[in-house]
Ligand binder design. Structure first.
Ligand code: 6GU
Length: 229
């Protein structure tokens, strides 16, 4: 999978060089390229923002650098990329979104800062690829970078081969609409706290039904909204 990221803080994405995704990049499973939006400016101050038409607080990202960056990265490429703009005003990012996007051969992430990107950029981008505005949740971050880091991690680990043992992907929270069951390891007693005896019983059927019950109980307690669906 090819992933391009456009940001005015490209070094934030240095963290993608470590751990599982770092290995996937080294092995060529993920081809991640991070671009500095300011490289697509032409003035001495490398300006990327300006005041909003109609007035109001804050600054808006100018369309011209975005147009040049998108032309360079997403223009005329085959197949057309999915172009994701992280935004608290976007559709909600879920495990289903991560699965869907993990099927795309080419993702482009455009990270906005300030009060947002000039709205015309989204329309222009839709001429180059499939545009998605995506939010991590109902809270506000200062910019899209941290949200895109989270999305790349959630998507990248679903690309075949990135996670060594594919079985560890199926038993996770959210994969079956329920939260994950609790896990324990040795010792069997730790600071007077015992591991649930069923897990030591060797009875695989009993273990499986206990885990299922735990999943349902936890989901009811912590995330009743998930059971409603
Ligand atoms: Cl995707 N971007 C920003 N700036 N804030 C957010 C978000 C995204 N998701 C939740 N809050």
């Amino acid at each position: 999978m090819r992933i391009d990221v456009v940001s005015i803080f490209p070094t934030i994405f240095d963290a993608l060089e470590v751990s599982l995704l770092g290995k996937a990049r080294q092995s060529g499973l993920l081809d991640v390229r991070v671009h500095d939006l300011r490289d697509y400016t032409h003035d001495r101050h490398r300006t990327v923002d300006d005041t909003p038409y109609g007035g109001g607080a804050g600054m808006v990202m100018k369309p011209e650098p975005w147009g040049l960056a998108l032309d360079d990265i997403a223009g005329g490429v085959d197949p057309r990329p999915v172009i994701v703009f992280p935004s608290p005003a976007g559709e909600r990012f879920t495990q289903a979104t991560a699965r869907e996007l993990s099927q795309a051969p080419h993702l482009v992430f455009g990270c906005g800062r300030y009060e947002g990107i000039d709205e015309r950029v989204f329309d222009y981008a839709s001429e180059l690829g499939e545009v998605r505005l995506i939010s991590l949740g109902d809270y506000v971050l200062n910019g899209g970078e941290v949200a895109v880091m989270a999305m790349i991690e959630a998507i990248g680990r679903l690309v075949p081969g990135v996670v060594g043992n594919p079985e560890s992907l199926v038993e996770e929270s959210h994969e079956d609409g329920l939260l994950e069951y609790p896990s324990f390891t040795k010792p069997a007693v730790w600071r007077e706290r015992e591991v649930p005896p069923v897990l030591l019983s060797g009875n695989h059927g009993a273990v499986a039904s206990w885990r299922r019950e735990q999943q349902i109980e936890r989901t009811r307690e912590r995330r009743p909204d998930l059971l409603a669906d």
